[in-house]
Design a protein around this ligand. Structure first.
Ligand code: ADP
Ligand code: MG
Length: 702
């Protein structure tokens, strides 16, 4: 292995963030007082003075033009889960027929894209179709494709959120507010803001572009709709952390280079469990920036792969029978004076604080498991959750033996502290150092405490992390607010904290599970414990419009009732549309590729058979094959008809839930049946005639 030369290292230090209008760029390019005002806006969430905005916009424009940018865009995250941009050039005509480059504070702060073509659920009917984008100055602007991208939130004209960013920002505010209340009650006078920190580990597949181009299913749906199991899969487990093939290594190097320029703290890269599967983990940042960066990571992965004649698949389950991809959402809370609230402390007072925040999370996850489940629901994740390779659809918390033991002692209230033999009190105990080592970690848990943060592992690989973090922030804010309400009523803070933690452990310990989440036994045990096991996206979504969820989101100003109903509709519609596209794609491949190839091969065998017969040779092998082919083709044909029939009946319901249920229970099922006979044909038909690259081609030919 070559080590990086000092010259290269130095140039990396210079290029990192070179395409970002980051704090350093802001500082050097803005007058001191303007910089200070902007900083105040960013750090304290204060509104920005329009006069300041003009100066910032101008500085941003000069910086961007020096970097070769000609356009700017308000970059936003509509409800379809990807990012949207509409580019405007900086040019402005002068009276003498020339142009000057202009960018005003108004253009920086507010944009007016036509909202009518973005999913808005019921909101479009209820409110105006027009929408606007508002600058989110807490996430720095950056340059991509010669365009200055300004991170923004996207709302309807009447202020309803039409995107994933707005509720995330609101939830961060809510969490900060409630966490500060608690910190004050515990005697902290310094901290003025608490932010959620997130480090999302991104899993993905890389395959060869020329093979991808031969698969309509991958091109249109991101996953294979047909494909027989290859002779070799992941059973040897020889891919995980294995050495990198040259093309993959090149891809990863170029990916890092591009991401670093965008200021993304890409840190770790390695091969994953499945063949052709890999992972990238960044260093964590605030939930807001982490969300923007994760979108950039996904986008850059696709672009860089394409340039190298590769394709990056972000779908949760591109290949049936092979591990799917997730996104481990590492989450914690951090104070603006640098304290991680989930870091067990060194002093008893720190421990009291740690255990209180920990207890709040335990209660939040137990009480709002259904809402947390919604945040992981997408059509792709339905293939993954509970498929013996990813956490099940049952939410539980892993704390590890040690921490669980401590909570059990607290619950019993009878444990004696070693020194004075007195009762174990939160305010006086010292916690042992908890293991942060990844080796002995439970990797099957959907929500695992990993020493100083929680790792939420149910999130799908293609999903925006805005939603899971919005939910986490909001449910934790809610429990913190209830705790603060109680603590505000007493002078005996330590005793009351002790009572609260004890009560929470008693009431919510059912959510704690340190065993193997992949086992069948756990499914049964979880049921006995009364934990929900919500198996599909369609079953999960209705929790969004439950009275409980609406009350929660409205109380913390994260989403209102209309916004939640709109999301409910958007998600269910998206589900039905996704399955519809998949079904149509399957039919296309079945009728125009698989069936013709199978018939062609059958014709060949029939011809062979008759020539064998003319010479009276033994023809039993050919005969058997012919019969088997004819039978399989017949059932394949019938399955095509069935899928066509059920698809034709699809529009029967105006109710979005019923409509989505129909796609899940009827269409999706018919697709499964069609696939079985199609995959069987793949195992019989001559490889030279078979029209599709196989799983072995896709997974091993890099
Ligand atoms: P592993 O899970 O493989 O042991 P790490 O513990 O280093 O790896 O972290 C995994 C991810 O969690 C990384 O993206 C890391 O930046 C992130 N992370 C670490 N600390 C925090 C934190 N306090 N808040 C949020 N994310 C964190
Ligand atoms: Mg992890």
């Amino acid at each position: 292995m070559e080590t990086e030369s000092p010259v290269l290292q130095e140039s990396l230090e210079n290029t990192f963030g070179s395409n970002v209008f980051n704090d350093a760029a802001t500082k050097t390019r803005l007058p001191k007082h303007v910089y200070k005002m902007l900083r105040k806006t960013i750090d304290e969430g204060l509104p920005l003075d329009p006069a300041v905005a003009d100066i910032v916009a101008n500085a941003m424009k000069d910086w961007a033009i020096e970097k070769g940018a000609t356009h700017f865009t308000h970059w936003f995250q509509p409800m379809n889960g990807i990012t949207a941009e509409k580019h405007d050039s900086f040019i402005s005509p002068t009276t003498d027929g020339r142009i000057i480059m202009e960018f005003s504070g108004k253009e920086l702060i507010k944009g007016e894209p036509d909202a009518s073509s973005f999913p808005s659920g019921g909101l479009r009917a209820t409110f105006e179709a027009r929408g606007y984008t508002a600058w989110d100055c807490t996430s720095p602007a950056f340059i991509k494709d010669n365009t200055l991208c300004i991170p923004t939130a996207f709302c309807s004209y009447t202020g309803e959120a039409l995107d994933k960013k707005t509720p995330l920002l609101r939830s961060m505010e809510a969490l900060s507010k409630q966490a500060i209340r608690i910190l004050r009650l515990l005697g902290n006078t310094k901290t003025t803001r608490v932010t959620t920190t997130v480090g999302p580990e991104q899993e993905y597949f890389i395959i060869d572009k020329s093979l991808y181009a031969k698969r309509l299913d991958l091109m249109l749906t991101g996953r294979t709709l047909f494909g027989a199991k290859p002779p070799k899969g992941q059973e040897l487990e020889d891919h995980y952390f294995g050495n990198l093939k040259d093309r993959i290594a090149n891809f990863m190097t170029e990916l890092d280079r591009q991401l670093w320029k965008l200021g993304v703290l890409a840190k770790t890269k390695h091969n994953e469990v499945a063949p052709a599967q890999h992972e990238l983990a960044p260093i964590f940042s605030t939930a807001n920036i982490a969300t923007d960066h994760n979108q950039l990571v996904m986008e850059t992965m696709k672009k860089v792969a394409n340039r190298l004649d590769l394709v990056c698949l972000l779908h949760e389950k591109p290949f049936a029978g092979v591990n799917g991809s997730g996104k481990h959402n590492n989450w914690s809370m951090s104070t603006n004076d640098g304290q991680n609230l989930l870091e067990p402390g060194k002093t008893p007072h720190d421990n009291e604080q740690f255990l209180l925040f920990l207890a709040a999370i335990i209660q939040a996850v137990d009480e709002y498991a259904d809402i947390l489940r919604v945040a992981t629901a997408n059509p792709g994740n339905d293939h993954r959750l509970g498929a013996n390779e990813a956490p099940p659809a049952i939410i539980s918390i892993f704390l590890g033996e040690q921490l669980t033991g401590i909570l059990e002692q607290i619950e019993k209230g009878i444990a004696k502290s070693s020194k004075n033999g007195g009762e174990l009190k939160l305010g006086v105990i010292t916690l042992p150092a908890l293991p942060k080592d990844s080796t002995d970690r439970n990797r099957t848990s959907p929500f695992a405490f990993t020493g100083n943060k929680f790792e939420f592992r149910m999130v799908g690989s293609s999903a925006s992390i805005a939603e899971p973090n919005t939910v986490l922030n909001t449910i934790v804010a809610e429990i913190l607010s209830r705790i603060a309400d109680r603590l505000e009523k007493t002078k005996e803070i330590d005793t009351e904290v002790q009572n609260i933690v004890t009560e929470i452990v008693k009431r919510h310990k059912r959510i704690i599970f340190n065993g193997n989440n992949y086992s069948e036994d756990w499914v049964k045990e979880a049921e006995e414990r009364g934990l929900p096991n919500i198996k599909s996206m369609v079953a999960a979504i209705p929790s969004l419009i439950s009275e409980n969820a609406i009350a929660l989101y409205e109380k913390h100003g994260v989403l209102n009732k209309a916004e939640m109903h709109s999301r409910y509709e958007i998600f269910l519609e998206a589900y039905a549309k996704t399955i519809n596209i998949e079904a149509m794609t399957m039919l296309d491949m079945a009728k125009r590729q698989i069936l013709p190839a199978s018939l062609e091969y059958t014709g060949k065998i029939a011809a062979t058979l008759s020539s064998l017969k003319t010479v009276s040779a033994d023809s039993s092998t050919a005969e058997k094959l012919l019969t088997e082919l004819a039978l399989t083709i017949d059932s394949f044909g019938k399955n095509i008809e069935t899928l066509e029939t059920v698809l034709a009946r699809n529009g029967s319901s105006n109710d979005v839930l019923k409509h989505a249920e129909y796609y899940r229970d009827v269409v999706f099922k018919a697709m499964g049946t069609l696939r079985i006979s199609g995959d069987k044909l793949e195992t019989m038909v001559d490889a030279k005639i078979w029209p599709l690259p196989t799983y072995a081609d896709l997974l091993f030919r890099i």
